[in-house]
Design a protein. Structure first.
Lengths: 370, 370
């Protein structure tokens, strides 16, 4: 079968003909329909991250996915051939109490694997085999947006984590007497845009910032869903001193996150989702002033990574809500669909203005392009 | 009456004869028994912090307090002359929803005042007048330790905040199958030592670190209550790579807090309680590496300041528990009692090896010295 492979830590990705995965007991065979491309894929292809499966010469890249069930094991009751599914990414360590209760996103040992990222084959290939507990069924009507489910699951977890920390005190933000809670989203890539949609759906007053001006597709969509777009190319001073209850950092920038603390309201929570590359040089930072803000304002900084199956299922409901409330809002994040064969070029060079590039794997099974 | 006064932002404290506070409707007149000295008092006396009441030429210093009710207003039902009381510190802004529900420790406007710190007279004086809702009654049997209640209230809130953030996920640390949750306390001043006691009482496996060797009174008490003491004068590498579920930063150092993130276990929470002085120069920091740790490990950094009346009441129960379980453990934190008149010298120059210095105000009403 075709697959996009990398050999970490060497840079470079290539399309190769590789053996199809063998059947395993209880495993469901899935034909991949389409896959999303994200910054982690670019980092892995750039030699900055990623790990091949133990003993394997290469890693099949890709973790954002949508597929169609091709074959189920005898006795399978929930899935049938032809069903659309999205597979989760992380597989538990088999040792810790979080992985024991299907919350490997909180794995304590660090011995987890992640398909397409760390030690397990990914989805940029014609087929994969996976156990049904890691496959989330997708209604046919959501075929056009379900490839966004994996990045949305990361957003679902991040918001849930941020809200859990906001709720550490009473009363919580968004009291009827004081209007909706306010949220800032830093970054208008796919994760940032999905955060804008999810926060608007939850009733937050949302501001989204990036450094790309007001004429982009992202800025237009931000405004269409009743959020505000601010260009901060000249710095966060463009926010005129406004402060927010919840900030979702989705830019992965190393310069921005600590500066965002200064835009947190008292008792506010900054959730970090971006993973900056390691080994960057030290950045000058007025650590004392930052800590004063954190302590004196009861502020919090929370990291969130990966997501649980529950987050995928919440995301599926949210995707339907987004499209029902603002038709085209989710599907419009998919700014281009390109054939799988172009993956090596795509991960090497980001298209300007693109929000989410999707790789088409099984053309005949693919939903219609926009 | 006698009072220790400062004139922020000028440095220097002095003992002066000032007018006793006038009666106010509903106010309780309290004779001060004794008061604790903390780093914030030193910062205010050093000209680095603090604000006099609006229109007043000076600020009466001091926020850690124990007093005896001298006079109650007509109709007062809960307090009577002779009762021991500890007064809380912060007074709400009168505008925000947190101050409306007696949670001014989460005040959103920043327009609160704090007795002895920001815009309201403190307790280093012969008398003060306060409304009964801000006075926490103290059983006579706890007279010897109740002057520690204000710093303990800060610890109570900090631990409650840290545990609330730990609980943002399930299962929580300390599962029976995996043994007690682990905690690190950075700093063995009074706040750090009270955190050690409170965390031990809650069943945590506790490690306390400082830079003062193993021969101090603090190190001995740490070990007596079943916690571990580690000298980290040579750096956190002395912890041999161990990681902790909950870290309480009680050192107020600007060099330490971010380094502590590296000692957080996955999903762990760092609670910051120390307030570093503002205006320090930027510190070099590998911000990218720090953020990777926060994001990839679902870690959290939470600031906690001040405390609610509930935290004072929880602290009163904890003080009794400390003394019952380890007699002398709380009272032993009071390493010296000195007359009020020595306050200006005490805030100007910290006694080496002292954990908590207490100012004796009303010698006749004071509990026996140790």
């Amino acid at each position: 079968m075709r697959a996009v492979v990398v050999e970490p830590p060497s840079p470079g990705a290539s399309v190769r003909d590789v053996p199809a995965p063998p059947d395993v007991p209880g495993g469901v065979r899935v034909s991949v329909v389409e896959c999303g491309v994200c910054g982690t894929d670019r980092d892995i292809a750039g030699g900055k991250y990623g790990r091949a499966p133990a003993g394997a010469p290469y890693l099949i890249l890709g973790h954002e996915n949508l597929g169609r069930v091709a074959k189920v094991p005898a006795g399978e009751r929930t899935l049938a051939p032809g069903d659309l599914v999205v597979a989760t990414v992380r597989r538990g360590c088999g040792r810790c109490r979080f992985c024991a209760v299907d919350r490997s996103d909180f794995c304590e040992t660090g011995l987890y694997t992640e398909r397409g990222i760390l030690g397990a084959p990914g989805y940029w290939a014609d087929e994969y085999v996976e156990r049904p507990e890691y496959l989330v069924p997708v209604p046919t009507g959501q075929a056009g947006t379900a490839v966004l489910l994996e990045p949305l699951s990361v957003v679902e977890k991040a918001i849930a984590q941020g809200e859990a920390v906001l709720r550490r005190k009473e009363p919580t933000p968004g009291h009827p007497a004081t209007g909706p809670a306010s949220a800032l989203v830093a970054g208008t890539g796919a994760v940032g845009m999905l955060a804008v949609l999810a926060l608007r759906t939850r009733g937050y007053a949302v501001t989204a910032v990036d450094r790309h001006g007001d004429a982009t597709a992202a800025a237009a969509l931000v405004q269409r869903v009743g959020a505000e777009h601010v260009d901060v190319a000249a710095g966060l001073a463009s926010l005129d001193g406004r402060e927010f209850d919840l900030i979702v950092e989705a830019a992965g920038s190393t310069a921005l996150p600590f500066a965002l603390v200064d835009r947190l309201g008292r008792n506010g929570v900054l959730v970090l989702t971006g993973i900056p590359p390691s080994g960057l040089p030290p950045a000058p930072l007025a650590e004392g002033d930052l800590l004063r803000e954190v302590v004196l304002g009861n502020r919090a900084i929370v990291g969130s990574v990966n997501a649980s199956r529950d987050d995928f299922e919440a995301g599926l409901r949210d995707l339907a809500t987004f499209e029902a409330r603002w038709p085209g809002s989710a599907s419009g994040l998919i700014t281009e669909r390109r054939p799988l064969e172009e993956a090596p070029a795509i991960v090497a060079d980001r298209a300007p203005g693109s929000i989410k590039t999707v790789l088409t794997v099984a053309a005949s099974a693919s939903p219609p392009a926009r």
